[in-house]
Design a protein around this ligand. Structure first.
Ligand code: CTP
Ligand code: CA
Length: 223
């Protein structure tokens, strides 16, 4: 990653983040997950640490090294990510970059499910996971000064991004286009920032550039 020289602009600031996918087990050998390499969240964590922030990075299962100076907490499920995030409040800023699974199995089988025990169809009931970003953006006693979310959209970036800003109590949403191979395993993404000032134009940025933009945004808003 291309990083600016250390300025210490975020010395003494605690930034809490989520990154990567979550994994929701169905049985001991299977589960459902979301596509996310974790690269974007880890790049942001690194850029913030370079500026002197104390960064707590709650990460789902990814195969990435921990950026220097970052405290990393590994979790697997959305419920574990939720608990770990709340356990690490208070923070000056929260940034939700994780691709959290919206659903988990209502019942997790304790044994491997045999195909012979099932007919040609298998029905699994999924229930909704809690929204980690909203729980922090709307926190009544420990809301960080700055709460930032991402929005992964295949269409209507601005409309859906604005709705997420409002319903999750966030100060800013970085909305990016996903689908086909627009983001996953790619180095660039089409991104729009939405905050109280409205939306910016869509820019095509590398993950390193997004990390720099967000770091500058955090510095402007916290200092
Ligand atoms: N998010 C979260 N907890 C969840 C779901 C999402 O913290 N259970 C966060 C993500 O980390 C991201 C933001 O909410 O910062 C938006 O995630 P996204 O999946 O785009 O939005 P959803 O609210 O889940 O809506 P949908 O998937 O239906 O578009
Ligand atoms: Ca979602």
């Amino acid at each position: 990653a291309q990083l600016n020289p250390r300025t210490g602009a975020l010395n003494g600031k605690h930034v809490l983040m989520t990154a990567g996918p979550t994994f929701e087990p169905l049985d001991p050998v299977r589960g459902i997950t979301n596509r996310s390499s974790g690269k974007q969240g880890f790049a942001i964590a690194e850029a913030l640490a370079v500026e002197g922030a104390k960064v707590t990075l709650i990460s789902g299962p990814v195969s990435l090294p921990t950026p220097e100076g970052v405290e990393r907490i590994d979790v697997r499920t959305a419920l574990e990510m939720f608990d770990a995030a709340h356990a690490h409040l208070p923070a000056d800023a929260f940034i939700g970059v994780a691709a959290v699974s919206d659903w988990r199995a209502q019942a997790v089988a304790t044994d491997k499910q045999k195909k012979s025990a099932n007919s040609d169809e298998l029905t699994v009931t999924l229930i909704k996971n809690p929204d980690i970003l909203a729980s922090i953006g709307l926190h009544t006693t420990m809301r960080p000064t700055l709460v930032i979310g991402f929005a992964a959209e295949t269409q209507n970036l601005e409309v859906y991004g604005k709705t997420k800003l409002r319903t999750k109590g966030a100060d800013a949403i970085f909305a990016n286009e996903v689908g086909d191979d627009k983001v996953f395993d790619q180095d660039t993404t089409n991104m729009m920032l939405i905050d109280a000032h409205g939306p910016t134009a869509v820019k095509r940025l590398t993950k390193a550039e997004v990390a720099q933009d967000i770091t500058h945004y955090v510095i402007n808003r916290l200092t």
